[in-house]
Write a protein that binds this ligand. Structure first.
Ligand SMILES: [Mn+2]
Length: 273
C-alpha cells in the first residue's frame, strides 16, 4: 500500500492529485484509420459517449491513439481531428474541467493544438490518488521515456518520436501528404501489431512488474487492443482495450474500477453486474 511519507516512483515530495469521483478512461479509437463509413460510425459513437459522460457528470481521460495518425504542421491539423477537437474546445469553453489526453504512438505529434482545444496534454504518464488512497498510474502502454521504469519504447517507436526525425519528416512533406503517408503506415503496423502476441506479453508483464516495483496500486493503459482486468494480490492492471474494435473502456465510480462497453445504438454504458 502507498505510504504518504515516500514516493518510490519519483523520490520527490508527494504531490499526487486526487482522481475525480467518476472517470471514464478511453483509448485506441484510431479514428481515421478505416473506410469512410467505419470512420463516421466510430466518430459518432465516440462523440455520443463523450456527451453521455457530460450528462452523467463523468470526467473523461483519454489514453492515446484517439487518432490513427495525428501530426500537426504549424497551424495545420489533420482533418480527422477537427470534429473531436471542436467538440472538446466547446466543452472546455463551457466551463467544464480540462480533459487529460495522454498521447499514444499514433497521435504523439501534437504541437499545441490539443492545448488550444483545452486539453491537458501529456506525452508520458500521470499519477492520481483515489478516494480510498490507492495510487493509480495512467499511460498509453507503448513504453516510457524515463529509464528508471525499465519499460523503453521499441526502437522504431523511439525513432518516430525523435525530434530530428520529426523535423526532417515535416520538412519533406506537407501536412496533408505527411499525415496520409503515416496513416497508411499505421494501418500496416496495426495489422502487424495485432498478429504479434509477444508485444502483448511485453506490455502485460511490464505493467505487473511496475505495479510491484513502484508500489503502485492500479495501472490503466491501452495500446495492445485487448481488454485486461488482472488482479495480483492487492494490485490491479486494467487495459481499456480498443474502442474501435469493442467500444470498450474503463470506468471509475464509487471507489471501484470496472471494464465497460458503450452501446452506441441505445446510448447505454454497460457495466458488469
Ligand atoms: Mn498504441
Amino acid at each position: 500500500m502507498w505510504s504518504p511519507e515516500k514516493n518510490k516512483l519519483t523520490g520527490e515530495p508527494l504531490n499526487i492529485p486526487q482522481l475525480p469521483n467518476c472517470v471514464l478512461f478511453v483509448s485506441d479509437v484510431h479514428l481515421g484509420g478505416f473506410d469512410s463509413d467505419t470512420n463516421a460510425a466510430l466518430e459518432r459513437d465516440f462523440i455520443a459517449l463523450m456527451k453521455w459522460c457530460q450528462q452523467n457528470q463523468t470526467q473523461v481521460i483519454l489514453l492515446g491513439d484517439v487518432f490513427d495518425y495525428y501530426m500537426q504542421y504549424g497551424k495545420y491539423t489533420p482533418e480527422v481531428s477537427h470534429t473531436i477537437l471542436h467538440w472538446f474546445k466547446h466543452y472546455h469553453q463551457s466551463g467544464n474541467p480540462s480533459t487529460l489526453y495522454i498521447t499514444g504512438n499514433h497521435d504523439n505529434w501534437d504541437f499545441g493544438a490539443l492545448d488550444e482545444a483545452g486539453f491537458d496534454t501529456e506525452h508520458e504518464y500521470r499519477l492520481f490518488r483515489t478516494e480510498n488512497e490507492c495510487i493509480l498510474m495512467l499511460m498509453h502502454g507503448d513504453g516510457l521515456y524515463e529509464p528508471k521504469f525499465g519499460f523503453p519504447r521499441p526502437l522504431f517507436h523511439r525513432f518516430l518520436r525523435n525530434p530530428y526525425f520529426v523535423k526532417m519528416f515535416k520538412a519533406l512533406t506537407t501536412g496533408k501528404a505527411g499525415n496520409s503517408i503515416m496513416r497508411r503506415f499505421s494501418a500496416w503496423s496495426r495489422k502487424n501489431d495485432r498478429a504479434d502476441k509477444s508485444d502483448k506479453v511485453h506490455l502485460d508483464s511490464n505493467v505487473v512488474r511496475m505495479l510491484h516495483e513502484f508500489e503502485l496500486d492500479v495501472i490503466i493503459c491501452g495500446h495492445h487492443h485487448e481488454v485486461r482486468d488482472i488482479t495480483a494480490g492487492q494490485k490491479r492492471y486494467m487495459n481499456t482495450g480498443a474502442f474501435y474494435i469493442d467500444r470498450s473502456a474503463c470506468l471509475y465510480t464509487k471507489g471501484l474500477f470496472h471494464l465497460v462497453k458503450w452501446d452506441g445504438l441505445n446510448h447505454i454504458l454497460h457495466k458488469p453486474n
